[in-house]
Design a protein around this ligand. Sequence first.
Ligand SMILES: *Cc1c(COP(=O)(O)O)cnc(C)c1O
Length: 372
Amino acid sequence: MKVPFGGLDRQHKALASELEDAVRKTIQSSAFIGGTAVEHFEEEFGAWTGSDEVVACANGTDAIFIVLKALGVGPGDEVITTAHSWISTAEVVDQCGATVRFVDVDEYYHINADLLRKAITTKTKAIIGVHLFGQTFNGPALSAVSEEFGLPLIEDSAQAHGASLDGAGVGSWGVAATYSFFPGKNLGAWGDAGAITTSDSSLARACRVYARHGGLKKHDHEIPGINSRLDALQAEVLRVKLPHLAEWTRRRRFIAARYLEALEGLEGMRGLVLPRVRPGANPVWHLFVIQVDDRHRIAGELAERGISTGIHYPRALPFTKAYASLGYTPADLPQAWRNQDRILSLPLFPEMTDDEVSYVVQQVRSVLYANV
Ligand SMILES: *Cc1c(COP(=O)(O)O)cnc(C)c1O
């Protein structure tokens, strides 16, 4: 059996006629930028996330960048974020001309709230937390630090559409949450797409102004801005998919529960560590990340058995070439340093069949046993 890492082809097959109608509708309207499609998507995504304000934009990286700019982050400022994320979370700080500071992760792969508190300096201007792998970070602890120091917290929610903690959804703890609709995310477009949600209407306005050439009316440029818009075509594709997101999320949760239950007894074998669920958290399982000793060998053996795996991400951000000049050492960020060589993502996507799920469980067990 061959188990791919993702199932976008299957998702598109299932929704083919609706998606093709959406494309046809866009062509017929000839409104390719902005217009009612984008407005409708903003309303619908606001209703889905329970947000007062949604600002659609070109991608999830821009979404964070736009919020930082709207908050006035610039040269001389520092922004603190997690050592373990996709590069976007850090590079947006550089795009503002500010300096990124990294903090080590907790056992859930999220920024460690105690270490965050210690990392704050007089130069700190904002905090970016990441709901990595589809599970919420420690929202109450992070928002307490944010309030204590008067520092805005941004929730990078690119991997966490619909995740919650003690009933509070993503977006509950910070000044804004940012989303990506990159095709492989839990809600994906047919290209790049992103959005910002917030309950702060003046922040929403500032984001909208910055992302729309610095103004809300044509030829009325209040500030020098950028061009970061959601295409109408992407908005229509997302509108077709959004009503299915809850059902896809349920399926992700079902598969994760199967993996956890079936592999629980093997913890420790070849260094196996299963994902920990934060007490009270209801993750959306963007990724199912295990840890093992000798990751490359195990990934290779799974590949021989037809199972695709991934690594998210092979290097913690402070240890990439891009951030080498900041001079972080393994002793500064021991958890992220250790995790980077041990993590391995198993296939988990809503379109996986029960047979595929069983096959993955069986093969992971067999590979671990074979190597004791
Ligand atoms: C995907 C992702 C982003 C960026 O989204 P793009 O739409 O690809 O720009 C930002 N942060 C995290 C954690 C992501 O996974």
